[in-house]
Ligand binder design. Structure first.
Ligand code: SAH
Length: 341
């Protein structure tokens, strides 16, 4: 059966007409759902009763629901979202920042990349999320927080967004819609381990969004250990990023999780400086969020400061990202793993 959240507004207008309804009804439903957060057709008071009944039977509004919300000491909220199709779970996180918030969503159930420090890929990939399952994660947050607008949307939850490319792009279109949630492309960031073909496609398809690249290592050898499922070499990645930059003129954000004794020496920082100077960019040094199945640790504050200062002296734009939501298992895939076990 089709589901409302899988479709763009023009597609829904066509579906409504094909099913004997007036075209403008599609926009009415769209606004009820995305602007007013109506979660059932009988709340849409300007629809005729017969239309409400037909839609209830033939076009379910949603395909997921919030199963559990965990609120951290720093007020970030992690939602465990249950997918109606197969009772699988995905996670999304709401991170308040003053009067606004950043929302972080998943694009796959599980993940095929299997980064050695990340909980999402431990059991591999279960499946791609549908368009609507991506969109609904944002909708669940926005209906719960009607007075606090979503400022930024980051695709940094479970999964590798560029391995679910078509659904990702369509979800972005729906989330962008002027008559709906209206989240501008400039306020969205997609994080990838580096699927080179898709980096280039993305620059053409959504040139106004932001691209983040999980680098984590300065040699292919170490990168293969930390990010085993990444198909591309650092060189291939850099040429795709140059092409991306030529198309979009947008700086790339590199992500680099600091792991004690693995990638945190000044030698690593020197190599890193050479790599990230090749394409206009900035770098986020990410504090490792401890998970229970490996022995990685964060370097001490002095090592982190030395690493960061070295890059700053090289003229690189650096930010150190402290973890948020530590007490609610906010790192990718941790909560789902806990529930499954
Ligand atoms: N697959 C994509 C997007 C999801 S992860 C990617 O890898 O970019 C978003 C970021 O969180 C990535 O940089 C990832 O490496 C990082 N991450 C995953 N587990 C982490 C952990 N336990 N501690 C700190 N960062 C983590």
């Amino acid at each position: 059966m089709p589901c409302f959240t899988n479709y763009t507004l023009p597609e829904l207008e066509k579906w409504f007409v094909d099913n004997g309804m007036k075209k403008f009804r599609a926009r009415q439903v769209w606004e009820w759902f995305y602007l007013h957060g109506a979660d059932s057709y009988d709340k849409m008071s300007n629809l005729p009763k017969k239309t409400q009944e037909f839609l209830s039977e033939n076009l379910p509004l949603t395909q997921s629901f919030v199963d559990e919300i965990k609120i951290a000491g720093d007020d970030s909220e992690k939602r465990l979202v249950k997918l109606s199709k197969d009772n699988e779970f995905v996670e999304s996180v709401w991170i308040p920042m003053g009067s606004h918030a950043t929302v972080c969503v998943s694009t796959q159930v599980g993940c095929p990349i299997k980064c050695s420090f990340c909980a999402s890929g431990v059991d591999g990939l279960e499946r791609n999320l549908t368009v609507g399952e991506i969109v609904e994660q944002v909708w669940h947050c926005s209906t719960a927080h009607t007075r606090r607008g979503i400022k930024n949307l980051v695709f940094m939850g479970m999964g590798e967004p560029f391995l679910n490319y078509d659904n990702l792009i369509k979800a972005i279109k729906i989330l962008n819609d002027e008559n709906g949630l209206k989240i501008g492309s400039r306020r969205m960031t997609i994080s990838t381990v580096g699927i080179v073909k898709r980096i280039v496609d993305f620059g053409n398809d959504v040139p106004q969004s932001n691209l983040a690249v999980s680098l984590h290592a300065t040699t292919d050898e170490l990168r293969k250990k930390l990010i085993p499922g990444c198909p591309s070499s650092i060189n291939a990645l850099l040429s795709a990023l140059s092409e991306y930059y030529r198309t979009t003129h947008r700086k790339i954000t590199y992500e680099y999780v600091l792991l004690k004794g693995i990638n945190d020496s000044l030698g690593h920082a020197a190599e890193l400086a050479k790599i990230i100077k090749k394409v206009p960019s900035k770098i986020n040094l990410i504090e490792y969020n401890k998970v229970d199945f490996n022995d990685y640790e964060s370097p001490d504050k002095k090592t982190t400061d030395n690493f960061s200062n070295f890059l700053i002296k090289k003229g690189i734009d650096v930010a150190v990202r402290r973890k948020k939501g530590d007490d609610i298992n906010a790192a990718c895939g941790q909560l789902r793993r806990k529930v499954r076990n």
